[in-house]
Design a binder for this molecule. Structure first.
Ligand code: UT7
Length: 337
């Protein structure tokens, strides 16, 4: 066993580890402010800021499909890693807003990038990126792939009921991607790098507190997001803090070891409450909900890319990510960058 797989009990028996070799993002050019929304729905900038922390969101134009945005984010992650598309073995894409029932958006991305290997979507709503990362990491550990693009991409603007002020002010569009690759001895050292652990959960009994009330192929009911916000809020705070503690315990680490929490960006009040429960200083929490709003499966890779591009998240740092979404689904990922 080489030194990069040693100290954490959670990874000691699992090899090889997968490294986040590149990070990329794409946001639509069009920015919609709270004031702009208040012209068409009974809301106000003050209410949205106070209850959610959101100031604005990016909204996709007609040509900015889920696949187009995912492709742009993937290209950025490949460029950051210095890896050619032809070296990619597979694409795992988390989305709840695919362009079509099939082919999977991941397959469209594969076609656009011109890479080979496997490609499929993962449907876990706002937890989609954590689920996709977990699947891709497991495939690399199992030796099924060496280089996998993990993408979170969403166009929630297409499933909004723009008359429902309780939901339409909360979401935005965008895509984020990471390139995961199998660790090599050159990645080793005193501190192991890569995905240390992922933990996934679902509670199907709560499927009706956040769902889409229609489907592709139902012309009279194309599908709008429906949410009991208070109920989701209540479950989010408890589950998300629990998922972070579960990750730390599995790796024999404490919250003081964490450099950054990259939470799902749904609501500033949820982010603050989770940080408080964990005993984590606000300066160690990455926040983009003010600028991006809730981009579901894209929110974590977008936040990761934002903090990475700003030079805040750096190689060698310990980053914990958590998300909760429709299903309910929730989970965490602990990563040494
Ligand atoms: O990413 C997936 C996970 N999703 C989440 O984590 C979302 C979790 N939930 C939340 O973030 C919050 O529950 C919301 C932001 C959705 C709502 O905040 P809240 O503090 O729970 O508000 P509420 O639903 O209890 O509504 C309070 C009041 C209501 O008016 P009344 O009944 O007290 O007169 C709403 O009708 O605020 C009203 N309201 C609004 N007012 C102005 C709801 N939406 C709006 C709005 N503008 N956009």
């Amino acid at each position: 066993m080489n030194d990069m797989m040693s100290p954490s009990p959670a990874v000691a028996t699992l090899a090889p580890c997968s490294i986040l070799a590149g990070i990329g993002a794409y946001l639509p050019a069009r920015v919609v402010t709270n004031d702009e929304l208040a012209k068409t729905v009974d809301t106000s900038d003050a209410w949205i800021r106070e209850r959610t922390g959101i100031r604005q969101r990016h909204i996709a134009g007609p040509d900015e499909t889920c696949a187009v945005m995912a492709t742009r984010a993937a290209e950025a992650a490949l460029a950051d890693a210095g890896v050619a598309a032809t070296e990619v073995d597979g694409i795992v894409l988390g989305t709840a807003t695919p362009d079509q029932a099939f082919p999977a958006t991941a397959v469209r991305v594969q076609g656009a990038l011109g890479c080979g290997g496997f490609a499929f979507d993962v449907s876990a709503a706002c937890s989609g990126f954590i689920y996709a990362l977990s699947v891709a990491d497991a495939m690399i550990r199992a030796g099924q792939a060496r280089c996998v693009l993990v993408i979170g991409a969403e166009v929630y603007s297409r499933i909004m009921n723009w008359q429902d002020r309780g939901t339409c002010v909360l979401f935005g569009d965008g895509a984020g991607a990471v390139l995961l690759r199998a660790a090599t001895p050159a990645d080793g050292g005193a501190t192991p790098r890569g995905v240390l652990s992922t933990h996934l959960h679902a509670q199907g009994a709560l499927g009706d507190i956040l769902y889409v009330d229609g489907a592709v192929g139902q012309p009279d009911k194309p599908g709008h997001l429906v949410m009991n916000g208070r109920e989701v809020f209540r479950h989010a705070v408890a589950h998300l803090a629990g998922a972070v503690n579960e990750a730390l315990e599995a790796n024999g680490l404490a919250i003081a070891d964490v450099d950054w929490l990259v939470p799902h960006q749904a609501n500033m009040r949820i982010i603050d409450a989770v940080g408080k429960r964990l005993g984590l200083a606000p300066e160690r929490v990455v926040v983009t909900v003010d600028r991006h709003a809730n981009t579901s499966a894209a929110s974590i890779p977008l936040a990761l890319a934002d903090a990475y591009a700003a030079g805040r998240i750096r190689r060698g740092q310990l980053v914990v990510m958590e998300a909760l979404g429709g299903g309910l689904t929730w989970g965490s990922a602990l990563v040494r960058m």
